[in-house]
Design a protein around this ligand. Sequence first.
Ligand code: SAH
Length: 232
Amino acid sequence: MIRLYVEALLADGTTIEATEGQAHYLGSVMRRAVGETVHLFNGTDGEWAARIAALSRGKATFAVEALVRPQAADTDLWLMFAVLKRDTTDLVVQKATELGVSTLLPVFTERTNAGRVNLDRLRAIAIEAAEQSERLTVPVFRPARQLHDNLAEWPAERTLFVALERADAQPLTPQPGPAGLLIGPEGGFGPRDHTALDRCRFVRPVSLGPRILRAETAAIVGLALLQAPGWG
Ligand code: SAH
C-alpha cells in the first residue's frame, strides 16, 4: 500500500490535491491509475484510504473515503545531534524517524564541520521515512543552533542522555519520564561543549559500549537502547 503524507485536513468525503512530486511518484514511478487506493496521513487525523480521483502529468487528486487507522499517542523522544556531513546527517534523520523520534534538534558543537543545514531537505527525508515506516506523524524539526542555546532552552524535566565515548559513564538504560539523546560530531565533543554540558542538571552522561562508534551508529544504537524493553 502506498502511504503518503499530506498537509491537508483528512475527513470523510474531502478532496485533496497531491503535490507535483506525489503525482509524479504515483503516475510515473509506481504506475498507478485512477480508481486505485492509497493511504494518506497528516500527523493529526489518522490514516485514511483515498481513491485516486484524477491523475495526469504532475497533477493528481485524492477522494478521501475511510479512516483505516485512528491517530494514536506517539512516542515522545527527542534527538539532539551534532550536524554531520550531508549524507550522514541525512542518514541520521532517516533512521531517527524510523526509530520513532518525535523532535529533532540539529546542533552546532565546538568541532562541527558543517556550516549550514537545509531543513526543507531534512524534512523531505523525514516525510519519506515516516511514509515507509508506517508512522502517523512526521518528526518536528527545531532550527539548527549552537549547543549552549539548545541547552539553555532544554526543558528541565526532560532527561538528556549524552553519549560520551571514552568516559566512565553508565551504560544507557531507559528511565521513566520524558527523555532526549545527544550525539556528538565526528570529532567528538570539545572542552567547551563539556563545560556547557557539565552545568546542566538534566544531563546524564551515558556509554554505548567499549568501542568508538561513528556518530550515526551511536544515534541508532542509543535510540534503540532508550526504547528497547518497551516495544514489540
Ligand atoms: N572522534 C572521537 C569519536 C567521536 S564518535 C574519538 O575518537 O574520540 C561521535 C559521537 O558518537 C560521540 O561524540 C558520541 O556522542 C558518540 N559515541 C561514539 N561511540 C560511543 C560510545 N562508545 N559510547 C557513547 N557514545 C559514543
